[in-house]
Design a binder for this molecule. Structure first.
Ligand SMILES: *Cc1c(COP(=O)(O)O)cnc(C)c1O
Length: 475
């Protein structure tokens, strides 16, 4: 069985098996429990010794399909509300299969003009969708974590240059610590990016004015007045309560004090798509760098993110290798994207983005954003009407932050009760939502970001929460 050359004729048949399994799987997806513990014994079948001889293409692919379609977390279905996990639109999912079929090496123009051109086109479309100036540089990344890393690496490059240093060539040696400011909403992935960049995870200063973490703009103004060149991270938005930092006011402060403004818009950038929510991200068009996710609210498969920077040339200076910093002109056609971001070899992740934007356009994606917001507002109303539920933050986009709080349960027991409720929800598997700590209390914070989700799915979430809550409190 060994050598794949022997089974080259099986290649199309193996893909055909996947394609034939897709129909039944996708038909079942809206009705499957998010996770079915009854199938988890199948995970054992992934294990075993490294095969010497191998089972051959057809057997291996059949096994993986059988195990995978049963034991997967069906998070691309309509009822996965835990964290912020998007689905995959039909066009994006097919685009992703095409990416696999073509297996492009998407780092260099030379290795794939198709991938490079598609990346240039989708970056332009995305800038247009979000209202970012066409002159911004950009690059696709595997995630918003990598997009934050990209934006903050550019910020670091700029900041070192302000101190007369070339961080690309010489690193940080001899430089002071880079001042970084944000609100209490700063996401763990921005801290991770700072950690990887040698800037330190814990150095972020967060002047805040309440226990939710809202930014204290006056305190920030005072700090910037004495910090020297600094980097601001605006969070658009925050994953627990769904609030946004005041991006426009931060852009004003950045301009006044000569600071770099980075916006983490992992999901919140999509607020720009609807006139009803665009005010939340007013000011992004003045940011120095902007990070966002494709695999969340754009509903393309993992792994997908993107970063934009005002000064397009800084990408090449921060990431260009081989001592030949590559400076693309804004209208550059023959771009080597591996010089503009943290990766070298990479997949053609522009193709699923191209497919979904070509298939549904700005209007289709706006409709999805508005539907999710309407569903979140609907869930917020259910919570407010229920005698057993308490809404903890106003609904801004798609996060509904609430807790189970039936009459008669003492405050001191509510955290424990909600934590158990979160665990029971996940164990139950009909819907998925989990707990966080918001303003010091344990809360549920379902996020509605999947194109498949409808009112019925959201209603089911509310009724399962009530049902499990009632069971836990013996009502
Ligand atoms: C999810 C998220 C990130 C990180 O995104 P990944 O795609 O998980 O790397 C960063 N910032 C915010 C606000 C997020 O919600």
């Amino acid at each position: 069985m060994g050598d794949p050359l022997i089974s080259r004729d099986d290649a199309a048949e193996a893909l055909g098996m996947v394609a034939r399994a897709a129909g039944p799987y996708l038909d079942a997806l809206p009705h499957l429990p998010v996770r079915d513990p009854a199938h988890e014994h199948l995970l054992e079948q992934l294990d075993g010794p490294l095969p010497e001889d191998g089972d051959g293409t057809i057997t291996a692919v059949a096994d993986l399909l059988r195990i995978g379609t049963k034991a997967a977390t069906h998070s691309s279905g309509p009822r996965f509300f835990h964290f912020v996990v998007g689905g995959a639109t039909p066009a994006a999912q097919a685009g992703d299969w095409i990416t696999s079929l073509l297996d492009q090496a998407a780092g260099l123009w030379l290795t794939s003009p198709l991938a490079a051109r598609a990346e240039t086109v989708v970056l332009r479309w995305l800038k247009e969708m979000f209202g970012l100036p066409a002159s911004y540089g950009g690059v696709l990344t595997p995630s918003a974590t990598f997009a934050n890393l990209t934006g903050l690496a550019c910020a670091r490059h700029w900041w070192a240059a302000e101190h007369g240093a070339d961080v690309t060539a010489d690193g940080l040696a001899g430089l002071p610590r880079m001042p970084v400011f944000s609100s209490g909403y700063v996401h763990a992935s921005s801290r991770k990016a700072l950690q990887l960049l040698g800037l330190g995870r814990d150095g972020v200063r967060t002047p805040t004015r309440d226990d939710a973490g809202r930014l204290d703009l006056d305190a920030l103004d005072r700090e910037l007045a004495r910090s020297g060149p600094a980097v601001l991270i605006a969070n658009a938005g925050e994953v627990n309560g769904g609030d946004f930092d005041p991006v426009a006011e931060m852009a004003d402060l950045a301009r006044r004090h000569g600071a770099w403004l980075h916006v983490d818009g992992a999901f919140g950038l999509f607020a720009a798509l609807s006139p009803r929510t665009a005010h939340l991200v007013r000011g992004i068009e003045r940011a120095d760098s902007v990070a966002a996710d494709g695999h969340k609210w754009l509903n393309v498969p993992y792994e997908s993110g993107f970063a934009f920077v005002r000064d397009a040339s800084v990408l090449g200076r921060a990431f260009g290798s081989w001592n030949a910093a590559y400076l693309p002109a804004p209208d550059e056609e023959f771009v080597n994207y591996n010089n503009l971001g943290p990766e070298s070899s990479r997949r053609a992740r522009a193709l699923p983005i191209w497919a979904t934007l070509r298939a549904y356009g700005r209007d289709g994606h706006r409709a999805m954003v508005e539907r999710h917001r309407n569903l979140a507002v609907h869930l917020g109303r259910i919570v407010e009407r229920s005698a057993n539920l308490e809404l903890l933050a106003p609904v801004t986009l798609f996060v509904v932050c609430f807790r189970y709080r039936p009459p008669g349960v003492p405050e001191a027991e509510l955290d424990g009760l909600n934590r158990r409720l979160g665990e029971e929800l996940v164990a139950d598997g009909r819907v998925y939502a989990g707990t966080t700590v918001y303003r010091g209390v344990v809360a549920l914070r379902p996020a509605i970001v999947n194109w498949r989700t409808t009112t019925e799915d959201v209603d089911l979430l509310a009724s399962v929460v009530e049902e499990i809550g009632a069971r836990l409190t013996g009502r």
